[in-house]
Design a protein around this ligand. Structure first.
Ligand code: XUL
Length: 517
């Protein structure tokens, strides 16, 4: 029975899924919560609170200790790791780790008599790692954009305009603030390639999926972009790991994991990727046609795309799709936050929300529209918060109409902001907290006029990492794995109501006018 491991190093935890790829079953799940299990790093939610000037950092030693703790727990619980054939992983995107030139040598000499942190911490030239929540680099973004001829050029080359949380601007800020430590830095890794290196005991490359989240990779060439690299920091070209295709094998697992935890010595490590690229695979959406909408604190929308078109407005991102081609990622700040705010304001429960939204008001809300930007929005860019209403008569803002306006507003905005992809989705896969709500799912189905499915999967990033490992190492068939692991929830499909199609088109036109105003 071919067994693989998918790991996921997210903001708050490190998790493992042990998968039997033949039977299509999850054999074991294990997780280390950074805040709860490693309180000594002072990061209750996985990052160090109280950062200045928008800085949000985490301790890269914490991720090493978590890896040891995860495998200790697997061993203590008697999980048989001797049959594991392949391992890959997913890392929170954009986070960067700064290491001395001794890193590869230390990796190859890891001793099972000691632990990862003690043996590798001496390699760090920067004690903390900026992560994706960091917004401290506006100045650096502007400098990089100016140096290469503007944000249109950055976007056309790298798939995104210069973005605060992306690794390139973060690297520039470090090189400017601490030139001595920068000069001592031999390599800059991402969370994904750092942990893949540790697991394999050899320096791993950065894959096209995660590499595209750095503002340094040229999408068309799938290579580091000379202009962007030079505009970012002096000497960066020599410090960047190899940029590799997502199916690249790093090598066998390190003897450290074999000797210490009984991991099969023949198990092969596939390069890791970012969490969004891995989730694309774990959701069964790696081939174009399926669009994933993930409802969270902020909502995200991602989809496989055949060609590397970029967002002319500069809001969306393009990353490499680990299964080949590209993927888009669009983030909307006003996700659950806006839904919660309206729910609180009108004293509703989620059940009310479901019935209220559907029952009494017609699809399209009789032309009463709402732009629900309860906090500043990034897609489209709105620096100040504010709800905009259009088409309402005095005294009409009743509960059901407000709920419908909010939901139709959120999803119509998604539809408008994803038009640059040029792909008409065949199905929307809805995931995340609010996805269970049938009222919300029905509105999504109507707005996009395609069926909405909810999947039975949780932990799609780790699952995607495991699937990637199985495909690249065990030659497993992607479609077969998707059929086994990424099944839609039984009876969970919601069909669009064709009679609403016309109202949806009219509503979209109204929104476009409102957004342009
Ligand atoms: C994507 C992003 C987040 C992180 C979360 O650009 O910043 O989704 O990947 O881990």
């Amino acid at each position: 029975m071919p067994t693989v491991i998918g790991l996921d190093s997210s903001t708050q935890s490190l998790s493992a899924l042990l998968m039997d790829t033949e039977a299509g079953t999850i054999l074991h799940e294990e997780s280390v919560n950074f805040g709860k299990d490693l309180p000594q790093y002072g990061a209750p939610s996985g990052y160090i609170p109280g950062g200045k000037d928008g800085e949000v950092h985490a301790d890269p030693r914490m991720w090493l200790e978590a890896l040891d703790l995860l495998f200790t727990r697997l061993k203590e619980q008697g999980v048989d790791l001797s049959k594991v054939e392949a391992v890959s992983g997913s890392g929170q995107q954009h986070g960067s780790v700064y290491l001395r030139s001794c890193f590869p040598e230390k990796l190859s000499g890891l001793s099972a008599d000691s632990d990862l942190k003690s043996q590798l911490e001496g390699c760090l030239t920067r004690s903390t790692s900026p992560i994706w929540m960091d917004g401290s680099t506006s100045e650096e973004c502007a400098e990089i954009a100016t140096a290469v001829g503007g944000n249109e050029v950055v976007c056309a080359k790298s798939g995104s305009i210069a973005i605060e949380r992306f690794s390139g601007p973060q690297i520039r800020r470090f090189a400017k603030k601490d030139p001595t430590a920068w000069a001592e830095t031999g390599s800059v890794h991402l969370v994904s390639s750092y942990l893949a290196s540790v697991l394999a005991g050899a320096e791993a490359g950065i894959d096209f999926g995660d590499g595209a989240g750095m503002n340094l990779m040229n999408l068309a060439d799938e290579a580091w972009d000379e202009d962007l690299v030079n505009a970012t920091a002096e000497g960066l070209a020599e410090k960047l790991p190899a940029l590799v295709s997502s199916d690249t094998l790093v090598g066998n697992v390190s003897v450290y994991f074999t000797e210490k935890y009984g991991l099969n010595a023949d198990a092969i490590v596939t390069v890791w990727s970012g969490d969004n690229p891995c989730s694309l695979v774990g959701m069964g959406a790696a081939t174009p046609g399926k669009v994933v909408i993930s409802l969270g604190t902020s909502d995200t929308m991602f989809a496989a795309m055949p060609n590397a078109v970029t967002d002319p407005n500069g809001y969306g991102h393009v990353f490499g799709n680990p299964m080949g081609g590209y993927m888009s990622l669009i983030c909307f700040m006003n996700g659950s936050l806006a839904r919660e705010a309206v729910k609180e304001e009108y004293g509703l429960s989620w059940d009310d929300f479901e019935t209220e939204a559907l029952a009494s008001e017609p699809a399209g809300n009789a032309g009463r529209l709402m732009l629900p930007f309860v906090k500043p929005e990034i897609t489209p860019l709105r620096d100040s918060a504010g709800i905009t209403f259009s088409g309402w008569e005095e005294g009409e803002k009743s509960h059901p109409a407000i709920v419908r306006a909010l939901l139709e507003g959120q999803f119509t905005n998604m539809r408008i902001q994803s038009e640059w992809l040029g792909v008409q989705p065949e199905v929307v896969l809805l995931t995340g907290g609010a996805s269970k709500n049938n009222g919300i799912a029905q509105i999504v189905a109507n707005v996009f006029q395609v069926p909405v499915q909810r999947l039975a999967v949780s932990g799609s990033a780790a699952l995607g990492a495991g699937i990637r490992a199985a495909v690249t190492v065990c030659w497993a068939d992607l479609a077969e794995l998707e059929a086994k692991f990424c099944r839609p929830e039984e009876g969970g499909e919601i069909k669009p109501e064709p009679q609403t199609a016309e109202a949806m088109i009219a509503m979209k036109k109204g929104f476009e006018a409102l957004l342009g105003a």
